[in-house]
Design a protein around this ligand. Structure first.
Ligand code: COI
Length: 357
C-alpha cells in the first residue's frame, strides 16, 4: 500500500552553508521534515515540507504529562553512493511498542517506512560520507490534545527530521557507576523509548560530569547491584572468552544495535551470555585480569569503548587501544552498511528500492 504524502520542497536549500565533514552531533538539520497528524482514529495530513517550527497550545498534553516517544536511526551511503538504512523495520516496531506503553496511537509500519525513505531520498545529499559520519534520523511522536487533565491524548503528531552528524563521542568514555539514582524500574517505562526516561537521567548525569565522568553506568533501581545500561547505549563486557550483556528484564531498552551485535558475535563463534551481571562481578573479573573489554553500543554511538568504570573509590581502568572485539564490531557494522561485506542477515534497506520508493 502506498500512502498519499504531499511534498513541498524548499526553494532555498541550506546545504551549501554546512561542512558535512565537520558537524557536531545534533545541531544541524537538513532541509525537510515529515509530519502527520492522528485525528479521529486515523493518520492524516501526511506531508514532507521545509523544516519549520511547530505550533502547540500552552495546554498541550505532552508539555504537562510527557506523552512523547522517539526513535534514533542512521542513514549512510553504500560503496556506490546510494543511501541505505539499517534495519528500519525494527525502529518502526519499537516505536509502536513505545506507543502502546505510553498509551499513544500506533503508526502503520508501512507508513513509517514510506515516510522515512521518501524523506531520506529527498535529503540524501546531506549524508556525510566520511568514516564516522551519517545522517541521524529522529522519528518521534507527541500528544496534541489541549487539555489539563491526566488522560491519554486523542490526537497525536508524528514527525521525522534529519541531521548530518559526526561521532557522538570523540573518545572512549569514563563511566561512573550510579548507585543512588535510578533510570528505570521493572514495570516502569525504561523499555520504551520515552522522552521522560531521558529527562530523569539528566540530573544524575550532570553530577557525574561534575565529578569528571562522561557518562553513567546505571544499576537496577532496587538493589543498585545489577548493571543495566549506560546513558544512551546498551553495554557489553568481554569476560574471559565470553561476551556478557545484561538481559532484557523489563527496564532496559531493546537496542537494535545490541541485537545486531549479539547476532554478529554469535555468527563469528563467540559465546554470548545475556544474563544479569553485577558491578561486583565486573570488579572481580578485573582483579583476576579477565575483564578484557567493556563497551557501549547504540545507534548514535555505534560501538564506543569504555576507558574506565568508577564505583565510589574503586576503579576499573581499561586500555581501549588493546581492544579487539569492539573495533571489529564497529568495522563489521560499517562494512555491512556500506555494502563492503555480505549483508547475510538482510539488515540493509536501500532507499529508493522497495517500500517507499
Ligand atoms: C540513539 O542511539 O539513537 C539514541 O537514541 C541516543 C540519543 C538519546 C542520542
Amino acid at each position: 500500500m502506498s500512502y498519499p504524502i504531499k511534498i513541498e520542497k524548499t526553494t532555498q536549500s541550506r546545504i551549501n552553508q554546512v561542512d558535512l565533514n565537520r558537524v557536531a552531533f545534533g545541531r544541524t538539520f537538513t532541509d525537510h521534515m515529515f509530519v502527520a497528524d492522528y485525528v479521529n482514529g486515523e493518520w492524516t495530513n501526511l506531508e514532507i515540507k521545509p523544516v519549520s517550527d511547530i505550533l502547540i497550545h500552552p495546554a498541550n498534553l505532552t508539555l504537562h504529562y510527557g506523552q512523547a516517544i522517539f526513535e534514533g536511526m542512521k542513514a549512510g551511503k553504500d560503496k556506490d553512493g546510494q543511501p541505505v538504512l539499517f534495519r528500519p523495520e525494527m525502529n518502526a516496531r519499537r516505536l509502536n511498542f513505545s506507543a502502546r506503553r505510553m498509551c499513544m496511537a500506533e503508526l502503520p509500519e508501512e507508513l513509517f517506512l514510506q515516510a522515512l525513505t521518501t524523506l531520506v531520498d529527498l535529503d540524501a545529499d546531506w549524508i556525510p560520507e566520511n568514516e564516522d559520519g551519517a545522517l541521524y534520523i529522529r522519528p518521534y511522536m507527541i500528544a496534541m490534545d489541549s487539555f489539563i487533565g491526566v488522560a491519554a491524548s486523542e490526537t497525536y503528531r508524528f514527525l521525522i527530521f534529519l541531521m548530518p552528524v559526526g561521532p557522538y563521542y570523540a573518545n572512549p568514555v569514563n563511566l561512573w557507576v550510579e548507585r543512588k539514582f535510578a533510570r528505570a524500574v521493572k514495570g516502569g517505562t525504561g523499555e520504551a523509548k520515552a522522552a521522560g526516561n531521558y529527562a530523569g537521567s539528566l540530573y544524575p548525569a550532570r553530577l557525574a560530569r561534575q565529578r569528571g565522568f562522561d557518562q553513567l553506568l546505571w544499576t537496577d533501581a532496587i538493589h543498585h547491584k545489577w548493571v543495566e545500561e549506560s546513558g544512551t547505549m546498551n553495554v557489553f563486557f568481554i569476560i574471559g572468552d565470553a561476551a556478557v550483556t545484561p538481559s532484557l528484564d523489563g527496564s532496559i531498552l531493546h537496542g537494535i544495535t545490541r541485537d545486531s551485535v549479539i547476532t554478529l558475535l554469535k555468527d563469528k563463534g563467540y559465546e554470548v551470555q545475556e544474563r544479569p551481571v553485577s558491578v561486583d562481578e565486573l570488579f572481580k573479573a578485573y582483579d583476576k585480569g579477565i575483564l578484557r573489554e567493556a563497551f557501549g553500543v547504540g545507534t548514535a554511538v555505534v560501538v564506543i569503548p569504555f576507558k574506565s568504570i568508577t564505583d565510589e573509590d574503586r576503579v576499573i581502568e581499561l586500555d581501549p587501544g588493546s581492544f579487539q572485539i569492539a573495533p571489529m564490531l564497529k568495522s563489521e557494522l560499517n562494512a555491512i552498511k556500506k555494502g563492503l561485506i555480505e549483508d547475510k542477515f538482510g539488515w540493509v534497506h536501500h532507499v529508493g528500492v522497495g517500500v517507499g520508493s
